[in-house]
Ligand binder design. Structure first.
Ligand code: PLP
Length: 404
């Protein structure tokens, strides 16, 4: 039995008030709240284990290293990677995508080569490729979508040429909630011998992930969006590709031997992890993943699907409501506008009612352009949200609408 009220007790922040009203937190696409077990793990590690990892012979350093590497194994299991060598800790999805663009770009891309992305990408899967364009004249090709917010797969198929070297797409759109058919996207790319990177920032918290079943070549996600700490994320990559890619940053940890004449690099995954990692946060991330696994990702997905369907139905009945993203496969994200009310006004007034939503372009300006708008209000759900909170949102929107 999925008891959402019991689950909420694990998240102390959910019982606080804002403006003397109960907090209704619906900005989970931006970041999620943390269960006690995650916060406790951070405090406990600082209080009783803290020491730098991989370096010391002393007891604490070894204990910290064991925790850090055990976390890598937890991540491996959570996304079903083949080995821990394929799990690189980063600061988050953004750093994962920058690492990928830099290092994959160095190893495999030349002037005139093509990378395929989609029109609904977050800036973190657009701008790193544009930065690469300053060093190599690669061409970005864009998969278009229909008005429901679904990628046009025939158009996608037609984008491939002999210069296509990588496809890099979001698993779930942070604006539309569209769950893209990544398995099919990967199969099509692989038929052309092209690897695929998946931005899993918005899917990993909501959908069971199996990188081997997907046959994804790279997969990125952020800890803070899946109930873990800020400042930690993951880039999964197939070992045979990572082996051929050069380091992204230089420093401690990523080397084997250093001399002024020649430096050799550490083995995977350490080759990509220069400097002291946030080893406390990796422990916290592992706790968050264990927490999700204990609830069951399928159960979380079912609960959130129920909430999304309920919210879509209720919100569609509001006069002047426009919902952006009506894909058949849609995740727990609802972007909307109401009548002529500016998204910022709507978001600000909802906030006064204690309802936290996102407003703006959501770091997806090309998508906004495609939709012909400047921004939306976005409500995004998590494993702890309730139908009562959806009701509060709907009533709040109605109240603001009547004010205008
Ligand atoms: N990709 C998508 C689809 C996102 O929604 C986000 C964050 O909103 C990111 C990437 C970037 O994640 P982070 O800011 O944690 O690096």
């Amino acid at each position: 039995m999925y008891d959402v009220y019991k689950i909420r007790e694990d998240f102390p922040i959910l019982s606080r008030e804002v403006y003397k009203r109960p907090l209704v937190y619906l900005d989970n696409g931006a970041t999620t709240q943390k269960p006690r077990i995650v916060v406790d793990s951070l405090v406990n590690e600082y209080y009783s284990v803290n020491a730098n990892v991989h370096r010391g012979v002393h007891f604490l350093s070894q204990q910290a290293t064991e925790l850090h590497e055990a976390s890598r194994e937890t991540v491996r299991g959570f996304i079903n990677a083949r080995s821990v060598q394929e799990i690189i800790f980063t600061r988050g999805t953004t750093e994962s995508m920058n690492l990928l663009a830099y290092s994959f770009g160095e190893a495999f891309l030349n002037d005139g080569d093509e990378v395929i992305v989609s029109v609904m990408e977050h800036h973190s899967n657009i701008v790193p490729w544009q930065l690469l364009q300053q060093r190599k004249k690669i061409v970005l090709k864009v998969i278009p979508m229909n008005d429901k917010g679904e990628l046009l797969m025939d158009e996608y198929r037609n984008l491939f040429t002999e210069r296509t070297k990588l496809v890099s797409v979001a698993h779930v759109s942070n604006v539309l909630g569209t769950v893209n058919p990544v398995q099919e996207i990967i199969q099509i790319a692989h038929a052309h011998g092209v690897p695929v990177a998946v931005d899993g920032a918005q899917s990993t918290p909501h959908i069971p992930i199996d990188v081997q079943a997907l046959d994804a070549d790279f997969f990125a996600f952020s800890g803070h969006k899946i109930y873990g700490p800020t400042g930690v994320g993951v880039l999964y990559g197939k070992e045979q590709l990572l082996e051929k890619m050069p380091p992204y940053q230089g420093g401690g940890e990523m080397i084997q031997n250093v001399s002024f004449e020649k430096t050799t690099f550490n083995e995977l995954p350490f080759k990509f992890e220069a400097g002291t990692p946030d080893y406390v946060a990796t422990t916290g991330l592992a706790k968050a993943l264990e927490y999700c696994a204990a609830l069951g990702m399928e159960n979380i997905a079912n609960h959130e699907q129920m909430l999304t369907a309920y919210a879509m139905e209720k919100m569609s009945q509001i006069e002047g409501m426009r919902i952006f993203g009506q894909a058949e496969h849609k995740d727990a994200v609802i972007s909307f506008l109401v009548g002529q009310i500016h998204h910022l006004d709507l978001g600000t007034l909802l906030d006064r009612l204690g309802i936290a939503v996102r407003t703006g372009h959501h770091c997806a300006e090309p998508l906004m352009r495609r939709l012909g708008i400047e921004g939306t209000v976005r409500a995004s759900f998590a494993l702890y949200n309730t139908k009562e909170e959806v009701d509060a949102l709907v009533n709040g929107i109605e109240r603001v609408r009547k004010m205008f």
